[in-house]
Ligand binder design. Structure first.
Ligand code: GAR
Length: 216
């Protein structure tokens, strides 16, 4: 059983997808603590509903950004968290948390990295006029959306897409690949070599076009 700590800033639909995968028995994990950095983040309602412990930590109450992330690391470590999940967490993670959980922090980003990092990946893609976009689960390093890629899923983009229509299409795939990446981690199948992640038992093939690696 893998112990998860989740960070979220808003709606929390990815958090919900992870909780649902655990509930369905497809992910052998437990969320030990949800931390939000925004008061009233809807993710908290989801935690409450599932009797998951949660905390609101106000970044303004910490003397520095590093101190804020040191506090987060302390809260997670104190509950035996093994893997930290950024589920719509809208801050750049600082060194104290990364050092406490090296290659043990995962983020979901709503674009095919390294394209369109930062905020509003879906809007950036729609406005750029790309034909394909998607989402990426990656390990977190000190850069902005730069860590080793674990799984990506692609979706088609139409010139008629708006930020909203493209976001909805991408979100469906986010909800598939995020629990899957955590499952691969829980099964001990992810190995980071430099910036490349190897997945034990997976070899790239022709069927890996839309989701890479293909889901079982
Ligand atoms: C998701 O689309 C996620 O990929 C994105 O925020 C949304 C959160 O939705 N994350 C980022 O942009 C991180 N830079 P959710 O709160 O419903 O999971």
């Amino acid at each position: 059983m893998l112990y998860l700590g989740v960070l979220a800033s808003g709606r929390g639909s990815n958090f919900q997808a992870i909780v649902d995968a655990i509930g369905a028995g497809s992910l052998a994990a437990a969320v030990k603590l949800l931390i939000v950095d925004v008061p009233g983040a809807f993710a908290v309602e989801r935690a409450r509903k599932h009797s998951i412990e949660f905390l609101y930590l106000d970044p303004k109450e910490s003397p520095s950004k590093d101190a804020y992330f040191a506090r987060i690391a302390e809260e997670f470590a104190g509950r035996g968290v093994e893997l930290v999940i950024l589920a719509g967490f809208m801050r750049i993670v600082r060194k104290p948390l990364i050092d406490a959980f090296p290659n043990r922090i995962m983020n979901i980003h709503p674009a095919l990295l390294p394209s369109f990092p930062g905020l509003h990946g879906q809007k950036q893609a729609a406005e750029y006029g790309v034909r394909i976009s998607g989402c990426t689960v990656h390990f977190v390093d000190e850069g902005m959306d730069t860590g080793p890629v674990i799984i990506q899923a692609a979706v088609p983009v139409s010139p008629d897409d708006t930020d909203d229509t493209l976001s909805a299409r991408i979100l469906k795939q986010e909800h598939r690949i995020f629990p899957e990446a955590i499952r691969l981690y829980a099964e001990g199948r992810l190995k980071v070599e430099g910036r490349v992640v190897r997945i034990a038992g997976y070899e790239a093939g022709e069927d890996a076009v839309l989701i890479n690696p293909p889901l079982p």
